[in-house]
Write a protein that binds this ligand. Structure first.
Ligand SMILES: NC(=O)c1ccc[n+]([C@@H]2O[C@H](COP(=O)([O-])OP(=O)(O)OC[C@H]3O[C@@H](n4cnc5c(N)ncnc54)[C@H](OP(=O)(O)O)[C@@H]3O)[C@@H](O)[C@H]2O)c1
Length: 478
């Protein structure tokens, strides 16, 4: 048994949506593959007074939605699950949690390791972290704190939250989740760069015309209107996922394998973000909110449950991000994300200029990296499925050609147990990206938007097209 795989997971918010939809299925996959075996237990905690048996039933029920395995293996897995009723503000409950964790550690020989997982509302993150520390929950092995997004809602609140959790946990034990960093394609990008000298040589302002990142969703906010009203797409997608995708494509030294070096490079990149003035926000960022569709079959955003009738929250944004770095100076990074677009698509389009001919690459080549695997396993490069690719300009390293697409949360849990922080967001990176986003948010909050301004099922407001046309460019995915 590898010692690091032994752990007691304490899931705060153990009865919630994230835990049931993402965490338990991912733990189950790790159990089925033998990665997690005998030496682990999961304590789910929340206020409702569930019994262990009832909790296990809920776990099995949610597994049945994703897997068609024999129920017997699900029940066997669920024997590792225990429930402790707990209110985040009640100190005594933490003592009960501590005692239960110690008992289960003996029972499962779990190596005195603890993973504290915050699958709970962000306003509780600081309180829970402080109580874990003050009530002495930490065990003699490792003690790792996992924090879901959103990490703050602006720079000030992120600083405050970070201040609270860092009183209780050293930075090296904090794992801030951005689940895009768990996606195989994002993890493969540094690898692709490191294995393709010409591609890497071309990735700079001399040869790149522009880089486009699109995270489009076909769905609306569904039943998450209440959450969305506090977020909007700028906070929900750009500050975290889009910035981290840019970090993977544009930071220096892709061949680095040490977490510290990788994070240093990303931090340097984000520190060179050109923060926009209010006038530049008006010019370089556009926002939109979906209306119904042409046939009025879908609800407009303002008609969704728990959404204000006059909501000013944006469900679409497109913008031009620029860096003050030698490598990327003058290269626009066009980013775009929205709900109720014509299709779901998560992609990076790297558009080269004519000068790449010097490197033997066709002028104006576009390299497209699909972030979501098509059909579960394909990766598109140069618009060609890699399996059929005749291009020798760029090749996928063998280790990225797996047909077994791993769920993002599954690979993030493996990293947490291994103490590998490469695919998590560090505080220094967040500070810079929040500073950048705050400038846009503050400008928008000082103005009234003319919403709704795009029909469901379309590419967003016309201003998103004009943003690129103005520079003589156009969206590749259109
Ligand atoms: N759901 C997603 O797909 C998703 C995606 C990305 C990030 N996240 C993040 O993950 C976190 C959880 O989201 P969620 O969607 O799972 O929320 P959720 O379904 O509302 O679950 C919240 C959990 O917190 C518990 N809880 C609430 N108040 C509590 C208190 N005072 N003391 C102890 N437990 C309490 C709830 O159970 P009781 O009511 O029984 O206490 C429930 O188990 C949030 O930070 C969210 O932003 C969620």
């Amino acid at each position: 048994m590898v010692k690091e795989r032994a752990a007691i997971f304490i899931i705060f918010g153990g009865s919630g949506d994230l835990a049931h939809r993402k965490l338990y299925p991912s733990l189950f996959r790790l159990y089925k593959s033998g990665f997690l075996k005998d030496h682990f237990a999961v304590i789910g905690t929340a206020r409702r007074p569930w019994s262990d048996d009832y909790f296990r039933e809920t776990v099995v029920t949610s597994l049945k939605e994703s897997f068609d395995d024999d129920e017997a293996i699900m029940k066997e897995f669920a024997q590792h699950f225990f429930y402790q009723s707990h209110d985040v503000n009640d100190s005594e409950h933490y003592i009960a949690l501590k005692n239960l964790a110690a008992k289960l550690d003996d029972q499962f020989d779990a190596g005195h390791n603890r993973v504290y997982y915050m699958a709970i509302a962000p306003r509780f993150f600081g309180t829970v972290a402080e109580h874990i520390n003050s009530e002495g929950l930490k065990a003699e092995g490792y003690n790792r704190l996992v924090i879901e997004k959103p990490f703050g809602r602006d720079l000030d609140s992120a600083c405050e939250l970070n201040g609270n959790i860092s009183k209780a946990f050293p930075e090296d034990d904090i794992y801030r989740i951005d689940h895009y960093l768990g996606k195989e394609m994002i993890q493969a990008i540094p690898n692709i760069r490191a294995h393709n000298d010409k591609f890497e040589e071309a990735l700079n302002s001399k040869y790149v015309s522009n880089i486009q990142v699109t995270l489009a969703e076909a769905l609306g906010v569904e039943d998450r209107g209440g959450y969305y009203e506090t977020a909007g797409v700028l906070r929900d997608m750009v500050q975290n996922h889009i910035m981290q995708i840019i970090g993977a494509v544009a930071s220096d030294e892709p061949e680095a394998t040490e977490a510290k070096v990788i994070h240093k490079n990303r931090t340097e990149l984000f520190n060179s973000l050109k923060v926009l003035t209010p006038e530049e926000v008006d010019k370089d960022f556009v926002r939109g909110q979906y209306d119904t569709d042409e046939l009025a079959e879908n609800k407009a955003y303002r008609q969704e449950d728990n959404v204000a009738e006059d909501s000013q929250i944006e469900t679409f944004t497109a913008g031009k991000i620029q860096f003050n770095s030698e490598r990327w100076s003058g290269v626009p990074f066009y980013v775009r994300s929205g709900k109720r677009m014509p299709a779901k698509s998560s992609r990076i389009d790297i558009v080269f200029n004519e000068k790449v001919e010097e490197l033997g690459i066709r002028p104006n080549t576009v390299v497209t990296l699909l972030i979501e695997k098509v059909d579960g396993h394909k990766v598109l490069i140069n618009g060609i499925d890699y399996k059929d690719s005749k291009q020798d300009f760029i090749k996928l390293p063998d280790e990225t050609k797996t047909d077994k697409a791993r769920e993002a949360y599954e690979s993030l849990i493996i990293d947490i147990l291994a103490g590998n922080r490469i695919h998590f967001t560090l505080w220094d990176e967040l500070r810079s990206t929040w500073k950048y986003i705050d400038a846009i948010r503050q400008r928008w909050d000082s103005q009234t938007a003319d919403f709704p301004n795009y029909l469901s099922g379309t590419m967003g407001p016309d201003s998103a097209e004009m943003l690129l046309e103005r520079d003589g460019n156009s969206w590749i995915w259109d």
